[in-house]
Design a protein around this ligand. Sequence first.
Ligand code: NAP
Length: 268
Amino acid sequence: MENTVLGFIGAGNMATAIINGIVSTETMRPSQIAVFDINEEKCAYFKQIGVQVASSASELANACSIIILAVKPQNFEEVLTGIKEQVTAETLMVSIAAGISTDYIRTTLGCNCPVIRTMPNTPLLLSQGATAMCRSEGVTDEMFETVEEFFSSCGTVSELDESQMNAVISVNGSSPAYFYLFAKAMLDNAEKQGIEKEVALPMIAQTLIGSAGMLVYSGKTPDELIEMVSSPGGTTLEALNVFYQHDLEKIVDEAMLACTKRAEELGK
Ligand SMILES: NC(=O)c1ccc[n+]([C@@H]2O[C@H](COP(=O)([O-])OP(=O)(O)OC[C@H]3O[C@@H](n4cnc5c(N)ncnc54)[C@H](OP(=O)(O)O)[C@@H]3O)[C@@H](O)[C@H]2O)c1
């Protein structure tokens, strides 16, 4: 493997989304990127687009100065143990896994290499991700900006302190599922009221996109935006009152705390 800079261990959904972002924005050439996955079939696409395919994790680790760990949290130990000999104090390690700390990575590698821990989300697959990032000691601004550029190629990036990385999973990592659940409940009700799902789904999805746009671009707070839709004595207030009666905000609070608790358990 020649002139490779960036290596991915694990070539699944998230790695594919990140590589597609990096290549389509010309942040890097495909030939500067390498992947390794125990499942060879996952690598066929990468071969096709000119990304180098390593025959082992250690071959990849030997060739790359930046390694993105894109396997499930339960595979971290075997992956880190397998590349221990190749990783040096100059190798920049990047993790996208839930609950795995920068300390765990350094300790398992037995090396004080710089580590960037990220929490992306699945809208990354459409280059609309929201990624949280934090750094261990030893990560220079230049290293951080390089990795920030990779994730910016497929969405927005926010820097957090590592102490916030478990909690942020409830904010960006798991939260797409909250909105899907809300959409599903609305879809079921639309059908109950005689509006076919095929008609309702695009309207619900566009309403989510439009409402997200209002949150980002209108300069108004969520409370002000709610007020804009709520005429006195009108229909929206009737709907909102049902949410208030069932204390939707408390349900959301409990759900997000349960999410963070699980992230903490997974990291132990
Ligand atoms: N999906 C999300 O919403 C989301 C959001 C944020 C962060 N993440 C994190 O992103 C990471 C990757 O998620 P994903 O959805 O891309 O998973 P994925 O599609 O399952 O990809 C992981 C790939 O790694 C392979 N693999 C397993 N053990 C390996 C090993 N020892 N060496 C090399 N490759 C190995 C897997 O092969 P097999 O399938 O054969 O096991 C699979 O192809 C996870 O840590 C997850 O927590 C996911």
